[in-house]
Each structure stands twice: as structure tokens, then as C-alpha cells.
Design a protein around this ligand. Structure first.
Ligand code: GRF
Length: 220
């Protein structure tokens, strides 16, 4: 009998790739039963590409600046991703807005991590904005991607306290620590088939989620 192939993952990055590293480590340590088949960056020479190289994962740059518009860039990106026939496409610090055609093509198998407790602080500069707003809790959200920017159905969130002397940098570091625990956990659930998107609704362990999961969950 043929061995069952591991679910294939393609990770899209634009920068330092610390979340990518958390996924690479999760696979290496058996916490993620999946195979990262490729890493694609829209920016050349970013640290995340070195992380992929070190893990011997095929890494590729598709520079958005080489394309006349968003549609052509996204089409090239889709072609490159589909060569690897992924079950899951993971956005890990990928800083490009994706076209509806792209998002629709990967519906139900495209997830993102956003550094805020969505629906608060969609978009950029989330840590600065959280401090300005004076919130007591901040964090990150992992969501399925739909055509609304940072508006897709939320799978889970990790919370951190905002401390009185926080700067955007200290707050970002605290949130990132949680990102690195939460993202591998969600990717593993997807690989195990425990997490699905059905008619715009997140299902976990065969139940529709009534609220985002509080991450990370112990002993999963
Ligand atoms: C993370 O904070 C993530 O939430 C956001 O971009 C950042 C990426 O960091 N989408 P890294 O490249 O994974 O280090």
C-alpha cells in the first residue's frame, strides 16, 4: 500500500520570516504533520529566504515590482504555488493585498496571521494604534482569507496584556511570541483535517465555531 502523503504547505513571506521559522521548527519537531513544499517571497534578499534555504525548502522570489499590475503578479504567484499542489497556503508576514481571483482560487485553504485582535485594528501599524487607543489587551488573530482585507472568518486569537510602559516594539515582541506558538498549532489542525471552512463559517472538530478559539490551547 502507498504511504499516505503528508499535506502540502506553501508559505508566502515578505520579510524576516520568524513565523515561517516557527512552522519549520514545528514540522522538524513533529508538531506539524505536514510538508512545507515551498517558500515564496515577493521581496528579494529577505531573511525568511535564508531560513528556507537552511531548512532545505525550495525558496523562490516573485518580485511584485517585476509585474505591471496586481492581476499579473497574482497570476504568476498562483502558477508558482500550484506547481507544488498545496493543500494549504500560509501567509506569514506576506505584505501584499491579494486580488479576489487569487483569494477565490484558494478559498478554504488560505490562512493569514494578523497582529491584532480582529476585528480591531485591521491594516498596518497595529501595535502603535493599539497603544494610541489605550486598549488593555492586544494580540494576534489567525483567519481564513476572504476578499475583505483582514476580514476573513477568524479561527483563533492569542491575547497579551498591554503594559503601562509598553512601546510599539515591546508590545510587538510580546505578540510575536504568541504568534510563534499559535500559528503552528492552527496549521497542524488544518493538516489533521480538524479545521475547515464551510460556507464562510469556520468548523473545528466537526462543529461550527461560535467564537474564535483562544490560542494557544494546551495539550493539543
Ligand atoms: C507578523 O507580526 C505577522 O503578524 C504580520 O507580519 C509579521 C511577520 O513577521 N502579518 P515575520 O516575517 O513572520 O517575522
Amino acid at each position: 500500500m502507498k504511504p499516505h502523503p503528508l499535506p502540502g504547505i506553501v508559505v508566502l513571506i515578505s520579510g524576516s520570516g520568524t513565523n515561517l521559522q516557527a512552522l519549520i521548527d514545528g514540522v522538524a519537531e513533529g508538531r506539524i504533520q505536514g510538508q512545507i513544499r515551498a517558500v515564496i517571497s515577493n521581496r528579494p534578499q529577505v531573511a525568511g529566504l535564508d531560513r528556507a534555504d537552511r531548512a532545505r525548502i525550495p525558496a523562490q522570489v516573485i518580485n511584485h515590482r517585476d509585474f505591471p499590475d496586481r492581476d499579473t503578479f497574482d497570476r504568476a504567484l498562483m502558477t508558482a504555488i500550484d506547481l507544488h499542489q498545496p493543500d494549504l497556503v500560509v501567509l506569514a508576514g506576506f505584505m501584499r493585498v491579494l486580488t479576489p481571483a487569487f483569494v477565490t482560487h484558494y478559498q478554504g485553504r488560505l490562512i493569514n496571521i494578523h497582529p491584532s485582535l480582529l476585528p480591531d485594528f485591521r491594516g498596518l501599524h497595529t501595535h502603535e494604534r493599539a497603544l494610541e487607543a489605550g486598549v488593555q489587551q492586544h494580540g494576534c488573530s489567525i483567519h481564513f482569507v476572504n476578499t475583505e482585507l483582514d476580514g476573513g472568518p477568524v479561527i483563533g486569537q492569542a491575547r497579551v496584556p498591554v503594559l503601562p510602559d509598553d512601546t510599539p516594539q515591546t508590545l510587538a515582541a510580546r505578540v510575536q511570541q504568541q504568534e510563534h506558538r499559535a500559528y503552528p498549532q492552527v496549521v497542524q489542525w488544518f493538516c489533521q483535517g480538524r479545521l475547515t471552512l464551510c460556507n464562510g463559517q469556520v468548523w473545528f472538530d466537526e462543529h461550527p465555531l461560535q467564537a474564535p478559539l483562544e490560542l494557544p490551547i494546551a495539550d493539543q
